[in-house]
Design a binder for this molecule. Structure first.
Ligand SMILES: [Zn+2]
Length: 295
């Protein structure tokens, strides 16, 4: 595979083209073992996780980037999230009633939602239709429409390994210096070469070998690899936000019936429980009014 559980950037001298390589193996194992999806769903989720990691390298913020696929097919929802420092998590939700075959998992209609949540600053959201049942085609369309950037992605996932290759042409910034010789044909040539990558090469060669295989006649600059890993950002505080959205009456009903509210993180399966005191803390006014307040 592309080098294990890393994100690595590369550039080509005298061009405006940037590239990224992502490989996932242990990260996928950690995510798959917490769920039990059919193999084709695991592969789609693996692809989306690779896409999230590739995109995170194009965003210069500290925070969270998430990709959510919503479809009318047997796979209703796929979510892949990454933090700026390479912590990934993901889930899938299937429509158990629907019959499915591998080719039609994403149905006829769907959308891909890209959300960027900086730790500080405003949240950004972009939406694009799912094109030809393909995550990569949809993302290429997104970059073309929303960012006016020519972008190509190659993503593969099978047998518990996933890998992705990303190429993007950046706009020329500022005045073009005459002394700087820009290679005008580079974008077309580099894409044609990338097009020749085979699935087994992308999945099973390390990054140096992939770049040598594709670009041994080009001036490639490979940057330091960033490690990627599964990690869930859930906490009791974050789940309590969901409880405040359910509302006091319903929370208190569950406490009255079952003494505590059990909530499990859907990404990692971690159990959390909330007692009467927790509910009082979340809804001080209502619980006081109801005589359940702190004594
Ligand atoms: Zn969790």
């Amino acid at each position: 595979m592309a080098s294990n559980d890393t994100l690595q950037r590369f550039t080509f001298d005298n061009t405006h083209v940037r590239g990224e390589l992502v490989g996932l193996k242990q990260t996928l194992a950690d995510i798959y073992q917490r769920q039990s999806y059919p193999e084709p769903v695991n592969n789609l989720l693996g692809e989306l996780l690779v896409a999230a990691a590739l995109l995170s390298a194009t965003v210069k913020i500290e925070g969270l980037l998430s990709l959510q696929v919503q479809t009318d097919g047997p796979v209703r929802i796929l979510v892949a999230e990454t933090t700026h420092d390479g912590k990934l998590r993901g889930i899938a939700r299937m429509d158990e009633e629907k019959e499915w075959n591998d080719a039609q998992l994403l149905g006829e209609k769907g959308q891909l939602i890209i959300t960027i949540e900086p730790n500080q600053g405003r949240r950004y959201q972009g939406i694009v239709a799912i094109e030809e049942g393909s995550i990569t085609k949809s993302l290429e369309a997104y970059f073309r429409q929303s960012e006016q950037l020519d972008t190509h992605l190659w993503i593969r996932c099978e047998n518990g390994v996933a890998a992705g290759l990303f190429l993007q042409e950046l706009p020329e910034l500022g005045e073009v210096q005459e002394s700087l010789e820009v290679d005008e044909d580079a974008w077309n040539r580099l894409n044609k070469l990338a097009q020749t990558i085979r699935t087994d090469e992308l999945l099973h060669l390390n990054n140096q070998d992939i770049l040598h295989r594709l670009y041994h006649e080009e001036q490639v600059r490979l940057y330091e690899a960033q490690p990627l890993q599964f990690s869930c950002s859930c906490s009791k505080e974050r789940l309590s936000v969901a409880l405040t959205q359910i509302g006091y009456a319903e929370c208190q009903d569950i406490i009255d019936e079952q003494k505590k509210i059990r909530a499990d993180c859907q990404f990692c399966g971690q159990h959390y429980s909330f007692t009467q005191d927790d509910v009082n803390g979340l809804f001080p006014l209502e619980s006081a009014k109801n005589g359940k307040g702190l004594h």
